[in-house]
Write a protein that binds this ligand. Structure first.
Ligand SMILES: Cc1cc2nc3c(=O)[nH]c(=O)nc-3n(C[C@H](O)[C@H](O)[C@H](O)COP(=O)(O)O)c2cc1C
Length: 210
């Protein structure tokens, strides 16, 4: 105690330092005990998100086991690094799942998961992120309409390449009423992913991933 009856300043400093050390230790302990659980949950969520684009296909192991990152420059939609989940059965390629970005949506980029079976047929497409307008462009979401189901089993041979467009543009795909920009953007991105796969199939399945 000093003359004023208060503890000396060094004592207050020491108490604060001890409290800070205790808090830091608590945060570190909490982090180390919950981190594995958070990672496991994130992994399970990722597996669940990938499954819908693999309907009807048999495969081994976990979907996210063999991941590849394709760095720019590349011909895939979006230009940014693209994650590819490679799926195998008995060592043979089953499908490649591409996370690509259609840049020309009405309201912004549209992040897509494009599943392509080893045969070159689309195994499924899902919209992962978008900002399209509710009731208009957001019908590309599988929870809002079955528009995205049109791609299943399609390939560059079915329909012919020039028919990869909405019906109004002379293609085979349904448009969305009053919102043709969004579907044009998605169709273009899916087609570009197929073109990339056609040109790089061997490398996609062979390259060493993460
Ligand atoms: C508020 C507002 C939101 C819109 N949202 C979308 C959208 O999400 N996707 C889209 O393709 N068009 C959207 N549009 C419509 C476009 O302006 C454009 O009219 C349309 O895409 C062209 O397609 P259409 O020829 O079928 O009308 C929106 C328009 C307005 C005024």
């Amino acid at each position: 105690m000093n003359d004023s009856g208060k503890p000396p300043i060094w004592a207050s400093g020491a108490i604060l330092a001890v409290l800070a050390a205790i808090c830091t230790a608590l945060v570190a302990i909490t982090h180390s005990t919950t981190a594995p659980r958070i990672a496991a949950n994130a992994q399970a969520y990722l597996e669940q998100s990938l499954k819908p684009v693999l309907e009807g296909l048999e495969y081994d192991g976990k979907l996210s086991e063999s991941t590849l990152t394709i760095e720019p420059p590349h011909e895939l939609p979006g230009g940014a690094p693209v994650t590819v989940y490679r799926v195998y059965a008995g060592g043979a390629p089953v499908a490649a799942l591409f996370v690509v970005t259609a840049k020309d949506g009405f309201t912004g980029p549209i992040k897509l998961l494009v599943g392509i079976a080893a045969s070159g047929e689309i195994s499924g497409v899902r919209v992962l992120e978008h900002r399209e307008t509710p009731g208009l462009g957001d019908l590309i979401e599988s929870s809002k309409s079955d528009w995205v189901e049109q791609f299943r089993k399609r390939s560059l041979a079915d329909p012919d390449r020039e028919l990869w467009a909405i019906k109004r543009d002379g293609g085979v795909y349904d448009q969305l009423t009053g919102a043709s920009i969004t579907p044009r953007s998605v169709i273009k991105a899916v087609k570009e992913t197929l073109l990339y796969f056609e040109a790089n199939r061997e490398q996609v399945f062979a390259e060493v991933g993460e």
